[in-house]
Structure formats: structure tokens, C-alpha cells
Write a protein that binds this ligand. Structure first.
Ligand code: MF3
Ligand code: CO
Ligand code: CO
Length: 256
């Protein structure tokens, strides 16, 4: 199966879906405070997506995922399941991952939030992980290789003595949530497929303070670090343009 090149009409629909996913993060930001449960965050996002945006929360029932967003706290790498018992406390770092479907197309984005007072090293992990995502994004242009993205990301993570999760990756996205290509967050420059105008995919590095090794919780979804040290992740959806990239999930006031 080859990588699907989107038409200008499809890219316009992905702009709309991407903008909506970003708006959910903008909306939820003031709610991310000590004491709120991840279940409440899920309900607020679900209701906004369904009732205000008239869109669909893509994770809900996706391969059996039971909630509308993913909430991944501290040692959780990705795909944390919101629940009413798990409350945020000062010192936590949390990734909130939003994917909406609007008019048949997906927008997928996530970011880290620091809750209350977070230790400087954990704040640095969050900051450097965002820089990793940006360094990956900056590689994107027609003629670049997919491996250039992973190489740039891993180089920056390793420069700070952090590790790169290898079991989960970015992905092509469009009518389908996860389509080709797989976008690895490590690799060798000059290898992999050559990027072409009209490709749409995510870049979503997961960077760990300690070991890169992960394990899956018995719930079948929650991925955690083997050493229980924290993990951070940021994600954007982008399209390859004639001379570079366009980020489809930029938030208001966000610059790269
Ligand atoms: N949004 C996640 C990603 O970035 C995927 C979540 S799948 C779910 O690809 F089922 F866990 F929601
Ligand atoms: Co994604
Ligand atoms: Co996502």
C-alpha cells in the first residue's frame, strides 16, 4: 500500500479538522489543574467535540479504546485511559492527545501540561520533547527522506541524555486515522521514502528521562516506561507543501 497524496480539496478538509483538534487543546487548558480527574477532562473534551464542534472524537471505540481522548501522566508514554479516580496533583506532567474527525477527515495533536509545581528536570523533559518535534517538522519538504525526521529528533533527544521510544511512531493520516507511512522518531538521514507535496502525516515523538524501554499495562492500552521514570510527548499533524510544510494543528499564538 502506497502513501496517499491528498488533493487540495482534501487538504482543506484536513485544515478544518486540524484546527478543531487544536481548539480542543486550547479549550481544555484552563481545566488542567490539581484535583481534576482525567475522566472529567475526557467528558469536557467529548462534550465540546460532539456538541460544539459537531465532530467525532476519533479514539472512542477505536479498536476498542473506551474513551474520547488519551491522558498520559508521568511514566505513561501514551494511550492512557481517562478515569474518574485518577486525579491530577501538583508535580504531575500530563499529555492530552486529541483526535477529531470532521467531514470524514482526521486532525491529531497532543501536548504536555505541567500541573502546579513541577521539578525543573521534568519541565526540561517537556520542553526538549517539544523541541524534538519541531526539529523533526523542520526537516519536512518535498525531496527530503522520511529518515531525516527521525534522525533530527533522536539527535536532539540524545544531546540532552534523554531516550527515544521506538515502539510507537507517527503516521500518515487523512480519511483513515493511522495510514502509511510510519513516521519513526529515530533513524538514519537520507533513508526511507522521499516526501512529496500533498502527503499528510503526524510527528509525535515520545521522549523518556530514563530507559527507552516500554511495557504495556494489562488494560491492553496504557504504555509505561519500564523504569517508571517520566515520558513526554508532543504531536502535530502536517501537510507537505511545495516548498516545505504546513502545520494543520497549530494553536492560537503558537509559533515554532
Ligand atoms: N491519538 C493517538 C495518536 O497520536 C492514537 C490514539 S488511539 C487510541 O496516534 F485508541 F488510543 F485512542
Ligand atoms: Co497520532
Ligand atoms: Co494523537
Amino acid at each position: 500500500m502506497a502513501v496517499i497524496i491528498k488533493t487540495p480539496e482534501e487538504i482543506e478538509k484536513m485544515r478544518v479538522a486540524g484546527r478543531m483538534a487544536a481548539e480542543v487543546l486550547e479549550m481544555i487548558e484552563p481545566h488542567v489543574q490539581p484535583g481534576i480527574s482525567t475522566g472529567e477532562l475526557d467528558r469536557i473534551c467529548h462534550d465540546y467535540i460532539v456538541n460544539v464542534q459537531k465532530a467525532i472524537p476519533a479514539p472512542l471505540n477505536y479498536h476498542g479504546f473506551p474513551k474520547s481522548i488519551c491522558t498520559s501522566i508521568n511514566e505513561v508514554i501514551c494511550h492512557g485511559i481517562p478515569n474518574d479516580k485518577k486525579k491530577l496533583k501538583s508535580g504531575d506532567i500530563i499529555n492530552i492527545d486529541i483526535t477529531v474527525i470532521k467531514d470524514g477527515y482526521h486532525g491529531d495533536t497532543s501536548m504536555m501540561f505541567c500541573v502546579g509545581q513541577v521539578p525543573e528536570l521534568w519541565q526540561k523533559l517537556c520542553r526538549v520533547t517539544r523541541e524534538c518535534m519541531i526539529k523533526g517538522i523542520e526537516q519536512v519538504k518535498p525531496g527530503a527522506h522520511l529518515g531525516d525526521i527521525g534522525y533530527a529528533i533522536a539527535k536532539h533527544a540524545h544531546a540532552h541524555n534523554f531516550s527515544v521510544v521506538e515502539e510507537y511512531c507517527g503516521h500518515g493520516i487523512g480519511k483513515v486515522f493511522h495510514e502509511e507511512p510510519q513516521v519513526l522518531h529515530y533513524g538514519k538521514a537520507g533513508t526511507g521514502i522521499i516526501l512529496e507535496e500533498g502527503m499528510t502525516f503526524t510527528i509525535e515523538p515520545m521522549i523518556n528521562l530514563g530507559t527507552k524501554q516500554s511495557k504495556l499495562k494489562p488494560d491492553g492500552w496504557t504504555a509505561v516506561t519500564k523504569d517508571k521514570k517520566p515520558s513526554a510527548q508532543w504531536e502535530h499533524t502536517l501537510v507537505v507543501t511545495a516548498d516545505g510544510f504546513e502545520i494543520l494543528t497549530l494553536r492560537k499564538g503558537e509559533t515554532i
